[in-house]
Design a protein around this ligand. Structure first.
Ligand code: NAD
Length: 430
């Protein structure tokens, strides 16, 4: 990096300083240098355009305890259209993490060509410890705290780690009560009964498995019968498992926060899903071995799908990974160090900003349907998702070959280039 860039390197700014933000900026700096990106534009893209930190009171069901909770909403880029990004409820989320995720959302939207800039939200709380009434109160109060930031033409939230369709329904209701009429387009990932899109729930997991045949060609595995291990069995992991099974791959392990279930002959994804619906966690599932959650990374499989949380593939466990192909469902599951180590070993990694873009793609479809008040069939949604995902993979793969870089670098080149072009033609105001 040249000295001016170093001086302006926003990752050294205390506001956002965190491992995830530093990784996001580190990736960006590396690729910006490779692309000879105009330094004025690079400076603008290193920091979010707007970041909001709120704190608010949260009353527990007991009526005696009132806790102060922190929430965040970060809008990285407002150049391309409204900003878009999920809201995570997690016990350790902070401003730097949300800022990093907002930046990755910008590249992700640009890679699949949906007209949004990146955003992200977070509430620092453990949703697994909340009753339904408590979850609803936190959601509604957080929504009120950020109500002037969000809207169908400004910033559109969606589900992420620890949030789901019901949380999005409460968010939509709170916003609609505030403005005085129903506004389904303020949020995506809501239930179809409220204007949610069919096939949004499955979109991220399904979208990443759409890339399995193309990626299998590159690393020479047969998708039919390929063995798959999935870390995480929430929205992304579970529907990735369903899609893998539909493609006749063999899902041998899935995990959640309680541990992992493993059967080398293949587990029944439907039975595991039913178990989790009834018992909340995989622990206790009777028809497979129960192993430590982290052990899924060392299994002898063809394909590994991290689909839970960040930084799970690290320098300490990367050497144990036997998979030839890693499809990143979670955001930032692989540290920069582990990424280098795996690449050197010839493991193909489909990076998060490409692999999990099916979620924002169908969120975009949902927003279009809400704005037009005209709804598509499941076949239309799935066919358009497949077309966008497979085209994005082909384009990124072509850049990787032409520039002799890995898929993560190629995906970043594609995303950053599109955003930089848009910024250049819009110019500087005033
Ligand atoms: P989720 O809350 O529905 O599921 C998370 C899963 O991870 C659960 O099985 C949970 O038990 C497990 N988990 C949580 N904490 C864990 C821990 N500390 N150790 C091990 N396992 C843990 O979340 P999700 O929506 O499936 O999101 C998962 C990842 O995918 C996140 O990184 C998210 O940012 C990313 N993502 C989600 C979407 C989406 O549409 N939901 C889209 C793109 C990316």
């Amino acid at each position: 990096m040249d000295p001016k860039a170093m001086e302006n390197d926003q990752s050294t700014r205390p506001e956002y300083d965190s491992q995830m933000y530093n990784e996001a900026v580190g990736q960006f700096n590396r690729v910006a240098a490779l692309m000879n990106l105009d330094e004025n534009i690079a400076d603008r893209l290193r920091v979010p355009q707007k970041a909001t930190v709120v704190s608010f009171p949260f009353r527990h069901d007991t009526y005696t305890e009132v806790e102060t909770i922190f929430g965040y909403r970060v809008q990285h880029l407002t150049t391309m259209g409204p900003t878009k990004g999920g809201i995570r409820f997690a016990p350790d989320v902070d401003l730097g993490e949300v800022a990093a995720l907002a930046m990755w959302m910008t590249w992700k939207c640009a890679i699949v060509g949906v007209p949004f800039g990146g955003a992200k939200g977070g509430v620092r709380i453990n949703p697994m410890e909340l009753s339904r009434a408590e979850l609803q109160r936190v959601t509604r109060r957080y929504t009120m705290e950020i109500i002037n930031l969000i809207g169908p033409e400004t910033d559109i939230p969606a589900p992420d780690l620890g949030t789901n369709e019901q949380v999005m329904a409460w968010l939509m209701d709170t916003y609609s009560q505030h403005v005085g009429h129903a506004v389904p387009a303020v949020v995506t990932g809501k239930p179809p009964a409220l204007g949610g899109s069919v096939a949004r729930r499955e979109a991220t997991g399904r979208g990443l498995m759409f890339l399995l045949p193309q990626a299998s060609n590159v690393v020479d595995i047969n998708p039919e019968g390929a063995t798959v291990a999935i870390h995480g069995f929430g929205n992304v992991g579970r529907f990735a498992a369903v899609a893998a099974e539909q493609m006749k791959a063999k899902v041998v392990a899935v995990s959640d926060i309680s541990g992992a279930i493993y059967d080398p002959d293949g587990i029944s994804v439907a039975a595991a899903g039913k178990w989790v619906d009834e018992n909340r966690y995989l622990e206790g599932y009777p028809d497979a071995d129960f192993i430590d959650g982290d052990k899924v990374f060392a299994l002898d499989v063809d394909v590994m799908v991290p689909a839970a949380i960040q930084n799970v593939i690290r320098a300490d466990n990367a050497p144990d990974i036997k998979a030839k192909l890693i499809i990143e469902g979670a955001n930032n599951p692989t540290t920069l160090e582990a990424d280098d180590m795996l690449r050197e070993r010839g493991v193909l990694i489909i990076p998060d900003i490409l692999a999990n873009a099916g979620g924002v793609t169908v969120s975009y479809f949902e927003w279009v349907q809400d704005v037009q008040k005209y709804f598509w069939t499941e076949n239309e949604v799935v066919a358009r998702l497949r077309e966008i995902m497979t085209r994005a993979f082909d384009e990124v793969h072509s850049i990787a070959i032409a520039e002799e870089v890995d898929l993560r670098t190629a995906a970043l080149i594609k995303g950053i280039r599109r955003v930089a072009d848009a910024k250049l033609v819009r110019g500087v105001f005033p």
